[in-house]
Design a binder for this molecule. Structure first.
Ligand SMILES: Cc1cc2nc3c(=O)[nH]c(=O)nc-3n(C[C@H](O)[C@H](O)[C@H](O)COP(=O)(O)O)c2cc1C
Length: 355
């Protein structure tokens, strides 16, 4: 059957579908467990979480499902920046803060020891799957996870990055096309050169690695899934399609923006976090676009804008929120997780019958 392969066997899934980990409040326990209970892989986007929050959420999910789920972590980055540069970057945001009626607040910073603590929690709580983006962890971290039977999955945006993931010992690799919503996982080369569409990227990666490839970016339905599998992928990782489900923890304004947007309304931007990411073009992006060259590297800009984004969400103001979305946005639907999965499966069955 088309839905049984190395990935479904390795992870223990009914269908080769992974819900993209989406850091920033989308992947609530209810959402992740609904996804796992639908026979596909639910993932916690734990990139911005504090260790105690992660442990708490793992426990909640275990109470809601007996099926496989996973945790996704960001490889920590610590760019060097002077106090003066931070102040300059903060100045750029002052008029936006004034507009929202807020003052600058120092956020909680993540450091590499937080990353190590989260790895420890994944092992202690016996989480079956751990995936990474924004780079690759050390060989020691990979070995430690594998010693405890955790399946490790990396992210790549080029063939070279996929090969690096294979060489470090990843069990599978998510290949992220340029259509993808949210942050680019690029780590080996420049952002521009690493913008490769999924159709071009998947077969080239498949020809250069032996580990299973998971296609990600613009996959919204059964057509995207089976097309990815014809290109050689063994599963898909879908973000935008899951984000608008009833169970997802995304802000209602974010869901509505996606449900109303068209394929030519998303853009890549660095203005929210300092790292290129795809989202629906809004006032925040437009206001800062001409000053993108002054924006500090990730994660500094992420911390500088985090209070703005949370306050905008509280005020129900989508123009100042990060509305991450992929280019498949016009295919998004408001439906339950179960409807999304059963719809994809029956569409693939139908397509294969007609082929
Ligand atoms: C709201 C949002 C948040 C995301 N957060 C993460 C994340 O925390 N970790 C990660 O590896 N990928 C993240 N991604 C990227 C996804 O893993 C995936 O590559 C992308 O959603 C695929 O494109 P699609 O949205 O068109 O399906 C995020 C995507 C979105 C839309």
């Amino acid at each position: 059957m088309w839905y049984q392969n190395k990935i479904t066997e390795l992870i223990g899934l009914d269908y080769p579908i992974i819900q993209a980990p989406m850091a920033g409040g989308v992947t609530t326990s209810r959402f992740v467990s609904s996804v796992s209970n639908a026979g596909v892989l639910g993932m916690i986007g734990a990139g911005y979480m504090q260790p105690n929050e992660l442990r708490q959420q793992i426990k909640e999910i275990k109470a809601l499902t007996t099926r496989t789920f996973g945790v996704n972590l960001f490889i920590p980055e610590q760019p060097k920046i002077s106090e003066e540069e931070i102040n300059e970057a903060n100045e750029l945001l002052q008029s936006i803060r004034n507009g929202l009626g807020i003052k600058w607040e120092m956020p909680t910073y993540e450091n590499s020891s937080t990353f190590e603590e989260k790895i420890k929690i994944v092992i202690e709580e016996e989480v079956p799957v751990c995936s990474f983006t924004f780079g690759i962890p050390s060989k020691e971290v990979i070995n430690e996870l594998k010693k405890h039977n955790v399946i490790v999955i990396g992210t790549a945006t080029t063939v070279n990055e996929a090969v690096i993931n294979e060489n470090i010992g990843m069990d599978a690799v998510v290949v992220q096309g340029s259509e993808a919503g949210g942050h680019r996982g690029t780590f080996a080369k420049g952002a521009q050169e690493s913008l490769v569409g999924l159709m071009a990227l998947v077969p080239q990666v498949v020809d250069h690695v032996t580990i299973p490839v998971i296609a990600s970016g613009g996959v919204m339905d059964g057509r995207g899934l089976i097309a990815s599998m014809f290109l050689g992928a063994e599963a898909v990782q879908m973000g935008t399609a899951f984000l608008t489900t009833i169970e997802s923890g995304a802000h209602d304004q974010h869901k509505t923006a996606i449900l109303q947007a068209a394929e030519d309304e998303t853009m890549l931007t660095t203005v929210f976090s300092g790292k290129p990411a795809r989202g629906i073009n809004n006032q925040f992006m437009k206001e800062l676009k001409s000053r993108e060259n002054l924006i500090p590297a990730y994660p500094i800009q992420h911390y500088l804008t985090s209070h703005i984004r949370s306050e905008a969400a509280r005020q129900n103001n989508p123009e100042m929120m990060s509305l991450w979305s992929g280019q498949g946005v016009r295919l998004s639907k408001r439906q339950s997780v179960n409807e999304l999965i059963t719809g994809i499966v029956s569409q693939v069955n139908q397509l294969l019958k007609e082929f």
